[in-house]
Design a protein around this ligand. Structure first.
Ligand code: DGY
Length: 329
């Protein structure tokens, strides 16, 4: 091992399919240990491989908790997560140890907002159910029928957004061309962007009671964890459709399953759920009024490359003692 090799910081990358541009940024300055399989690094491998590293490039799938930080040891100075969400990081413990964290806000807003609208439409216009009808021969029987595969449009509706942050605003902006009658939102506080876009700030209870479509774009934290529970579903219209592209943990999943089965609400579209990946025999998959996609909100090629590049730049800046372009702490 040469002297130059020894002096270069050591970085663990938990995925092998990180875009090359990002790998080049890290490779240029650091010694890289990259997880070599196509699936995410298993927990026991993470605990082994992080030992002695100066930095880690991780994704939402890696829980960085006290055990991982202990396993890393005192060398760990920088965590770069390739995500805007950070509920997989124990920030309290990370801050206590003086470790810097970089993340990827902003650049995935458009991709995620776009996907949210796609999921909303796929759910309300029953696209996956309709596709299944083609596969299972249902179309041959129904041919074209006045009431077959009828969904529910946005025209004249009330759309409620829970969490009018960057992504929530992006969704609202995109839905403005759909003839929605009223946009309402709830969250911590009224936002000037809400007012600018003609959306009305309401209480959580009013959001539940008045929305035809509820779109969940909040962060997962102790205040929002399972906030959509039995009581919340009971306050919603029987015709309501809920769409979640934030985190599965915001919805009490058993309560949602009950609400979908009893027709307490009409339908749900989920990009996120608990657990991920969802087991193939999970009850959610059996519900025709539930549209599921596998956490692909930001899965858009240009966006993923930008996320990876920003994560790499954050890591190198953090290791060199420069301000990170997108620092969480
Ligand atoms: C995030 O960034 O938090 C997403 O969930 C993954 O893109």
């Amino acid at each position: 091992v040469s002297a130059t090799t020894m002096s270069r910081p050591r970085v663990l990358i938990t995925r092998r399919d990180v875009p090359q541009k990002a790998l080049d940024i890290i490779n240029d300055k650091c010694e890289v240990d990259i997880w070599h399989e196509s699936f995410p690094i298993p927990r026991d491998e993470l605990l082994k491989k992080i030992s002695g590293k100066d930095a880690i490039l991780c994704c939402v799938t890696e829980k960085i908790d006290k055990d991982v930080l202990d396993a890393a040891g005192p060398n760990l100075k920088v965590i770069g997560t390739m995500s805007v969400g950070h509920d997989h990081l124990n920030l309290e413990e990370i801050k206590r140890r003086g470790i810097k964290v970089g993340y990827t806000p902003g650049i995935l807003t458009d991709a995620t907002a776009e996907l949210t609208v796609a999921l909303l439409l796929a759910t309300s216009r029953r696209m996956f159910e309709a596709h299944t009808e083609i596969l299972n021969g249902g179309w041959k029987k129904s041919v074209w029928s006045p009431l077959w595969m009828n969904g529910w449009g946005l025209l004249g509706s009330t759309v409620g957004i829970f969490g009018l942050g960057r992504i929530g605003q992006g969704v609202l902006r995109r839905l403005q061309g759909f003839g929605v009658k009223r946009f309402i939102y709830s969250g911590h506080f009224p936002r000037k962007e809400g007012e600018e876009m003609g959306a009305e700030y309401v209480s959580f209870d009013n959001l539940l009671a008045e929305s035809d479509f509820i779109i969940v774009t909040c962060a997962l934290n102790d205040e929002t964890r399972e906030i959509f529970d039995d009581k919340a579903f009971a306050k919603m219209k029987n015709s309501a459709i809920i769409v979640n592209t934030s985190r599965g943990g915001v919805i009490h999943q058993d309560a949602l399953i009950k609400a979908l089965k009893t027709k307490q609400i009409r339908a749900a579209g989920l990009d996120v759920m608990v657990p991920e990946p969802l087991p193939t025999d999970h009850e959610l998959i059996t519900l025709p009024n539930c549209t599921l996609i596998p956490h692909i909100g930001s899965a858009e090629a240009t966006t993923r490359e930008a996320m990876a590049t920003l994560t790499a730049t954050n890591i190198v800046a953090g290791l060199e003692g420069h301000p990170m372009p997108a620092a969480l702490c």
